[in-house]
Each structure stands twice: as C-alpha cells, then as structure tokens.
Design a protein around this ligand. Structure first.
Ligand code: CDP
Length: 234
C-alpha cells in the first residue's frame, strides 16, 4: 500500500507524512531528499546544475543506495548514500536548495529517481511524499493527498525552521526563493507540481501537523472500512 502526499514547499508534507507513517507503522519516503541528494552530488563534483548534458553524463555512473533506518522516535525512514557518501544535512543547504528545481526538471533525472521510488514499494507499505507521487510515481494508488497552505504561512514556517536550525532566515528572502522554486516546479514540462484529479486537498494554514495527520488517518480508515464491506466503492 502506498499513501501519496504531495504539495509545495513548507506545506507541512514532511511532518505530516512522518506522523501518518508512524501511526500506521509504514515506512516514510521523502522523495525531495532524493532530488536534493542528486543536486548536492552534482555541486560537490563540480557539475554545473544548469548544464543538462553534464548532469545527465554524471548520472550514468552515479550509484544511489537507499536503506530504511529506524530511529528512536518516528517511522522507519530513508537513508540515502551516493557513491558511498552520506550527504546528511548538506542536502538542506542554501546552494542545494537554489539548484534543486533545475536539476529536478531534467527528464533523465526524474526517470532515474522515479524508477528507484517505485522499486521501494516492494519493500513494504509506504507513505511517500513529494510533488508528483499521486500524478506520476504511483498514479494507481487510491490514497492521495495534496497539502497546501497560503504563501505567507509557508514562508513563515520555513523561516522559523531555518532560524531553529541556527541559520539566518528573513521571511521576505525565504518567500522570494520559495516563489521562484514554486514557479519552476509548477511550470516544468515533465511531472509538474499539480493536484491529482482524485487527490484529497487539505489546507494546512490553520491546522497543525497532528491535526492534518489525524484527518488523513481518519479518511484512510473510513475508506478502508468502506472497501472491506463494498469493494466496488473502493
Ligand atoms: O522541503 P521542500 O518541500 O521545500 O522541498 P523538497 O520536498 O525537499 O523538494 C525539493 C525539490 O525537489 C522541489 O522543489 C522539487 O524541485 C524537487 N522535487 C520534485 O521535483 N519531485 C518530487 N517528487 C519531490 C521533490
């Protein structure tokens, strides 16, 4: 079973996905971390993210290892290694964040990541978060959610996360970067960010992550109960 949770930056996807995965005993997959890791590797190897041919060439020999690791609290989550290196928190750094949408727009990068994301489903039940999980990666899953929040709330959330991590983050600068990333993610040719026709949309502007996760779990339970008694309504 795959639960797809899509949405733009700072819509609450990561926190909500982790809570849902933990409550259900599912594994958690942050697909954004995969695109960030590839971007980090390109930058680390001196490949210009704007040089599509260079990125595609480097991708041919790149090895990505994906394991699930259990932490003390929270669900079993993905650990990513690229050519035997664990980038850890480096994938969250500003230079990666500025370049990731360009790298993620390259069709070959998407195909490379999507093949690996689909393969993860054979390892067990998943909550997978991203931008195109319900539309492209697992379009057949009946369990699709799309989280969103107002741009102001999203920028404030991301700035607060950064400040808590000890970084310098003015809301206006964060908002500007986020608007640009949204623009690139929504306008790319392959797998743009959009709401799947059959996804349930949730506005997280005024509900905390626990509240959103509980809504999702309630919805899944009622859907499951309906499917068990009347399979044709699944
Ligand atoms: O943390 P935040 O929500 O801001 O971003 P993320 O989920 O870590 O994703 C980083 C970037 O990866 C996005 O801006 C997209 O360009 C790309 N991405 C994608 O193209 N497709 C996905 N399924 C997930 C992320």
């Amino acid at each position: 079973m795959v639960i797809a949770i899509d949405g733009p930056s700072a819509s609450g996807k990561s926190t909500v996905s982790r809570l849902v995965a933990e409550s259900l005993g599912f594994r958690h997959v942050d697909t954004g971390a995969m695109y960030r890791a590839v971007t980090w590797k390109m930058l680390d190897d001196g490949v210009d993210p704007a040089d599509t041919d260079g990125v595609v060439h480097r991708l041919k020999t790149l090895r990505m290892e994906l394991d699930f690791v259990s932490e003390e609290s929270g669900p079993s989550a993905l650990r990513i290694r690229l050519d035997d290196q664990d980038p850890g928190r480096k994938i969250r750094e500003a230079q990666v964040e500025r370049a990731v949408s360009a790298v993620a727009a390259i069709p070959q990068v998407r195909a490379w990541c999507v093949a690996r994301q689909r393969a993860l489903a054979s390892r067990g039940d998943l909550v997978m978060e991203g931008r195109d999980i319900g539309t492209v990666v697992f379009p057949e899953t009946p369990y699709k959610f799309f989280l969103d929040a107002s741009p102001e709330v999203r920028a404030q959330r991301r700035a607060a996360e950064r400040t808590a991590a000890g970084e310098n983050a003015a809301v206006a600068a964060v908002a500007k970067d986020m608007t640009e990333r949204d623009r690139l993610d929504c306008s790319r040719k392959v797998a743009p960010l959009r709401v799947a026709d059959d996804a349930i949309r949730l506005d997280t502007s005024r509900v905390n992550a626990r509240g959103v996760a509980d809504l999702i779990i309630r919805h899944l339970r009622s859907r499951h109960a309906r499917a068990a008694c009347c399979p044709e309504q699944k």
